[in-house]
Design a protein around this ligand. Structure first.
Ligand code: 3PG
Length: 211
């Protein structure tokens, strides 16, 4: 699957942190019940790789990315554990060069026009804009759309139900990501019904703008 296909299926991507891989199946089902097709797990806990494998086993249809991938070793381990795509908070030239050789695609993170141009040089035109709200927010992505017309963005970092519409209204924003759909507290507290409800609300919010 290409990153463009994945982003077309995405609405708002929950960015999640899992401390206990044992909850992965219940969590995956909560997202599917809420109508989400694409999620991003982050490599920020020792359980992250096991959790990824457990999600893919329990819910193979849930398109699951591994985020917070910083280098080739993280990328390889994520692919080995079943990642459908990779997300990085920023770019390095070694990471982009490695990504170019991989069939599991990357959504590279950028925060400036120069970084976006570096990613474009390596053939990447679907990019994460991170950390979206503090890096300039929706007006910044709108401004990037002037000179960098071929790029499509997924903003994450500070995106919330209050400002998501500002981002999703832009033609160069294809989806968005945020941790509010399933916070660490909600996951640790096994709040599956609550996560299904926030997932449904996120899908509805996306559809209100993008149709
Ligand atoms: C992150 O990398 O932490 C994500 O972008 C989520 O950010 P948020 O917690 O501000 O939604």
């Amino acid at each position: 699957m290409t990153i463009d296909t994945i982003l077309d299926k995405a609405t708002i991507i929950p960015v999640i942190e899992i401390a206990d891989a044992g909850v992965a199946g219940d969590l995956a089902r909560a997202f599917l019940d809420g109508g989400l097709e694409v999620i991003e797990l982050t490599m920020r806990t020792p359980a992250a790789l096991d959790a990824l494998a457990a999600i893919k086993k329990a819910a193979p249809s849930l398109i699951t990315g591994m985020g917070t991938v910083l280098n080739e070793a993280d990328y390889k381990a994520s692919v080995d554990h079943g990642a459908d795509f990779i997300v990085s908070p920023g770019i390095t030239l070694p990471l982009l060069s490695f990504a170019e050789t991989q069939s599991v695609p990357i959504l590279p993170g950028i925060a400036t026009a120069s970084e976006a141009m570096t990613a474009m040089d390596h053939g990447f035109t679907a990019l994460k804009f991170f950390p979206a709200e503090v890096a300039g927010g929706a007006p910044y992505i709108k401004a990037l759309g002037g000179p960098l017309k071929s790029l499509r963005f997924c903003p994450t970092g500070g995106v919330s139900p209050d400002n998501a519409k500002d981002y999703l209204s832009l033609p160069n924003v294809v989806c968005a990501g945020g941790s509010w759909i399933a916070t660490r507290q909600m996951i640790d507290g096994h709040k599956w019904d609550e996560i299904t409800a926030t997932s449904k609300a996120a899908v509805a919010l996306y559809k209100e703008i993008k149709g």
